[in-house]
Write a protein that binds this ligand. Sequence first.
Ligand SMILES: *[C@@H]1O[C@H](CO)[C@@H](O)[C@H](O)[C@H]1NC(C)=O
Ligand SMILES: *[C@@H]1O[C@H](CO)[C@@H](O)[C@H](O)[C@H]1NC(C)=O
Length: 460
Amino acid sequence: MSQSNIFIFLILIPLTFPQSAKGKDCVCDLKNSDPVFPMNKLKKVETNALQCTGTITSEKMTELDRLVLGLQQRIKQLEDNVVMLEKEDNRNIYGAVSLRIIELEIAEIQDLVDKLNRTTKNYQHLSLQTAAQLEDMKDTMVELEKFDNMLVIKKDRDNQRIKRELEQCKEEIKATAPPPTVPPARCGLGRLVSVAGPRTYSLTVYSTSYPYGAWGRDAKPAPGDENKYWLVVLSSSNVYGHFVRQYGTLSTLLLGIGPTDTYISSSNPTTNTIQGSNMVMYGNMLYYNCYYAYSVCQFNMATRAVSTVALPKDAGYNNKFPFAHLGTTYSYTDMDFATDEFGVYVIYATTSNFGNVIISKVETSNPPALNQTWSTSLHKRTVTNTFMVCGVLYATRYVDKDTEEIFYSYDTKTNEERYDLKMNIKKMQTNIEFLNYDPRDHLLYVYSDAYILTYELIFQ
Ligand SMILES: *[C@@H]1O[C@H](CO)[C@@H](O)[C@H](O)[C@H]1NC(C)=O
Ligand SMILES: *[C@@H]1O[C@H](CO)[C@@H](O)[C@H](O)[C@H]1NC(C)=O
């Protein structure tokens, strides 16, 4: 736009003023020595440029980048799995199961590649068309620049080039700095650098009866409830729960003294009972995956009323997109709930996002509502659990029976995704069925094969 102003300006400059005087009259004879400026050509270039940016939007490119990024990660994971399988004893049934999982994974990846191939072809067509348009525009601009008698454009271009070089220089300096772990100091926390602990490690009053469960504190407690702890075990087939147990303090929980039970329903499973182990408590409400539905349930601990809000129709539920690792799926973990400094989130996967993770903010109104939603490239079945800290999603994966690794982050403020985090969690039991962050004490609450644990997040 500023260029057109420059051109208009230039027409007026190169003028000649031959003068002649006849008595008192003065006549000026203006003669423009230059050809007329082709304004229409400039207008055309501007229109074309606008069209070009319209057809190749950054959103379309981001979508494609995201797909490719997710695919790269899955292929890498697949390679690791194949290596692991090769080490396994072939007579072992586990080997056969793993082989089947790998076959399924290959089929899915093939499907994705096909989709990508189709998308890329559309882009190829678009870019060919755009390239021709660009070439055309460039020719016109060269022609138009002949009118740049005062070298305004040339100087401007030199400036642009120097600016670019400066930016590049800055980038290079940045690149040599140590890689940042995780995004900036929001919520006054600094960067998450490691996980220490466990700080608490105990069985519950149920001993080893129930490997699936969840526990923690209310992330936004009512006055007087600050020290209360809640515990839910999936007492039916490791899948369903129908009541919430609460204790006044951590020590009464560990000793199993004086619990209060609040029943969602008298039997299990039935409408609005809990399905899967990844629930949270916020504002005296329990948020969880409603039994056999693609809905979020909000259970009011005081009134025992249940309100719901539905996820998209193609969201996984009933064990369609559970957390998993090679050879093991964490049954019915389609929906994960998380609390952080900003409130409650639900983490799930949809068919239209290729089984990759989606994050939705849950408004804790009554009834609850879904608000902002972020699509990631993270394949849900390669993840064992997630939690959120200050608007950043972290995902863990299974390394071996002693170690879980936080390997991934998604920043909902910047949409930045990273697959290169390497923060280990030292496990006491093999599997993690529940993991959540408490914004009040910055601890991770974990339910692991019937044991309850806390870990401390270390920020820099
Ligand atoms: C993409 O599709 C074309 C034809 O539709 C096919 O020839 C080509 O092999 C495909 N590429 C991949 C990587 O699948
Ligand atoms: C959705 O989120 C935005 C931004 O945080 C907020 O301003 C708005 O009130 C939210 N909507 C609802 C229905 O809560």
